[in-house]
Design a binder for this molecule. Structure first.
Ligand code: C2E
Ligand code: MG
Ligand code: MG
Ligand code: MG
Length: 278
């Protein structure tokens, strides 16, 4: 009996798998066309210094305006884009668009404000990454110091010398480097002293329960202390409530990003927000 059930389960499981596989194939075909069809858009989420009240940065977050399925979140297509290598041209589009938008804000007198762009590991490993970023900066006219690249700790799992060399080339361009989702990477912390980075971005998972969970509070305190002594800038993401804001402020964290301040917004709405923000 058990064997039979096991087999049925297996059958069920494999049907689901097949359905997934078919859906993924369809999605992949559409993803390949999405760039030429101009279906991607960038939303931006403000990063706020809670002491001065100023917006210090904007994180560019991609969305896919799918003709049938509507506005798709990156969690629904970035993994597939990474698997298929499509993340390279998509990522390049993101960089160019973000730099163009940054340059536009600069002309409107909205900078100094950094534009943060997420880089996936596969993009980071591309031979031509540094060159590409250099040409995008030249082409768009954005000052390099206003561009921030968010990478994850996963880069620390790879050939350290190569990663250091690449990061140094990027830093030489004049851009800023931050470590996204910090604290979730399970990597040795020794990379923090080897890599030329500017900023840690504490992952949202430590913030959700920070006011009630002493373990989360301890972890965040420890990261803040470490960032301070390593002279790294620090930001927390996923701040949703005033309680969390005050708590983090008291712990010594002053730069924040989260729904409390603003959701990620399209450029037109951000222009309005920047207009009203003082
Ligand atoms: P991430 O880089 O860690 O971005 C932060 C995510 O947290 C965003 O989700 C943002 O909307 C969300 N978020 C911000 N504040 C809050 C909050 O207060 N509460 C909650 N619950 N969530 C908040 P989003 O836009 O869905 O992006 C998800 C992930 O997709 C990003 O995580 C990033 O890893 C990836 N991603 C987004 N855009 C790009 C891109 O252009 N290139 C690459 N390679 N990855 C991207
Ligand atoms: Mg990010
Ligand atoms: Mg993050
Ligand atoms: Mg995240």
């Amino acid at each position: 009996r058990i064997k039979e059930r096991g087999k049925n389960n297996y059958q069920f499981f494999s049907d689901v798998m097949n359905e997934d596989a078919v859906q993924n194939l369809q999605l992949e075909r559409e993803l390949r066309k999405a760039l030429e069809r101009d279906e991607f858009i960038l939303h931006y989420q403000p990063q706020v210094n809670v002491v001065t009240g100023q917006i210090t940065g904007m994180e560019a977050l991609i969305r896919w305006q799918h003709p049938v399925r509507g506005l798709l979140s990156p969690i629904h297509f970035i993994p597939l884009a990474e698997e298929t290598g499509l993340i390279v041209p998509i990522g390049e589009w993101v960089l160019r668009k973000a730099c163009q938008d940054g340059c536009r804000w600069s002309k409107l007198g909205r900078l100094p404000m950094r534009i943060a762009v997420n880089l996936s590991l596969i993009q980071f490993q591309e031979e031509t990454l540094v060159q590409n970023i250099q040409s995008i900066l030249d082409e768009t006219g954005l000052e390099p110091r206003f561009l921030e690249l968010e990478i994850t700790e996963s880069i620390a799992m790879h050939n350290v010398e190569q990663v250091v060399a690449k990061l140094e080339q990027l830093v030489k361009l004049g851009v800023q480097i931050s470590i996204d989702d910090f604290g979730t990477g399970f990597s040795s912390l020794s990379y923090l002293k080897k890599f030329p980075i500017h900023k840690l971005k504490i992952d949202r998972s430590f913030i959700t329960d920070i006011t009630s969970d002493p373990d989360d509070a301890s972890i965040v305190s420890a990261i803040i202390a470490m960032a301070n002594s390593l002279k790294l800038n620090l930001i927390v993401e996923g701040v949703e409530t005033e309680d969390q804001q005050f708590y983090l402020h008291r712990l010594g964290c002053f730069e924040m990003q989260g729904y409390l301040f603003s959701r990620p917004l399209p450029v037109s709405l951000l222009d309005q927000l920047l207009e009203q923000w003082v």
